[in-house]
Ligand binder design. Sequence first.
Ligand code: GAP
Length: 455
Amino acid sequence: MATPDVVTMDKIVSLSKRRGFIFPSSEIYGGIGSSYDYGHYGVLLKNNVKAEWWRSLLRERDDVVALDSAIIQHPRTWEASGHIAGFTDPLVDCRTCKRRYRADKLEDGQCGEKPSKRPGEGPNCDLTEARNFNLMFQTTVGPVQDEGSTVFLRPETAQGIFLNFKHYLQFARKKPPFGIAQVGKSFRNEITPGNFVFRMREFEQMEMEFFVPPAEADKWYDFWKQARFDWYVKLGIRPDHLRLRPHDADELSHYSSATSDVEYLYPIGWQELEGIANRGDFDLSQHAEYSRQNLEYVDTASGERYLPYVIEPAAGADRATLAFLCDAYDEDEIEGETRTVLRLHPALAPVKAAVLPLVKKDGQPEVAREIVAALRERLQVEYDEGGAIGRRYRRQDEIGTPWSITVDHQSLDDRTVTVRDRDSLQQDRVAVDALADELERRLRAPWRSPKLNGG
Ligand code: GAP
């Protein structure tokens, strides 16, 4: 049973804007649909999400290597991958209200006329036949716009990995099973984007293609499903808000023989956070055919040669950031006042510690700045001396800072400070010289969402 939650999408959107995590793009021109910009705390948070993803693959394993490929690739890429022919959504237009809907998601749409109804159900609705609409953004390279200059913004980071597979066999001296991981922007001209950063036209993916001997594909598919589920749990997402959902046969992408989604219970309901797919040898065999290159792996010892199968965990950095925000959002009451607090895993928190002089005089700001300078070498810290101490605590709670360090009159006598814990509100007195080690110890300690205890 999922625990009851105070979070709503409106609260997340409003907090994100108020505290500069994420806000609508191009706002001075009235905004541009479903494009968002990440502000200071949003950048720090999303960077931490991506850093934890890289850490789990590159530092904690020795069978995954990194890549950062170009966004614009040779146009043949998308013929081989099947995106030109098949990366489409069925689309219908309403001749009356001129709105556009996904034909397979009419139940999620809203007719443009009042009283509001589902598209096709209003008295004046006049829908066209469904036609397929390719989701790739098209542009041209070079000064002449002719057929040969048409290129596409990549709709997934995955294909860049397949194009480079041969390099990795040669230069990285890797043999299956091994993975190539990449993080970067992808672009899809979604017909019905929405729900904040959940579905955008420009978004960031964290994808890994894990190349395996065909006979081991099922084993590795099971392995990565579990490993990716566990990654979210380790970073504090409540397990009762996560599930693995296998795709039905009619949902599978053209390349996949099996896919499971890690789904999160967002305030808008259960939705895909990440997909784990068994892509078989679809991509390598397509690129081998279209490029006329041999992409087989050859075992020099046994002489065995084969096209590896691919297991792909494909995550969205924006959807993950949104899930971490939603799961962390909480409200409680302190001294009769409602407090908004982000109970983020400390590893993800944008700022690890805030250093706050109790008063702006008596040498306290100087000691506080000295502490900031020392901590800064090891952690993301922030100095704040503006306003009553209670208000400063609330500001840090709202951005999820796990520890607030207060410098008070006693600090000047005995060089100790108080460390306030965001979740338990406990205050401990710690020697200034032991502070950095103590914070790093706390940062590394296992962490469990306090929301699991009932709220
Ligand atoms: N290479 C396989 C692939 O791209 P996908 O399920 O289409 O699979 C993987 O995308 C992940 O990328 C999704 O689980 C989601 O987290 C993210 N994603 C896809 N489309 C998105 C969009 N329009 N806005 C935000 N994130 C998106």
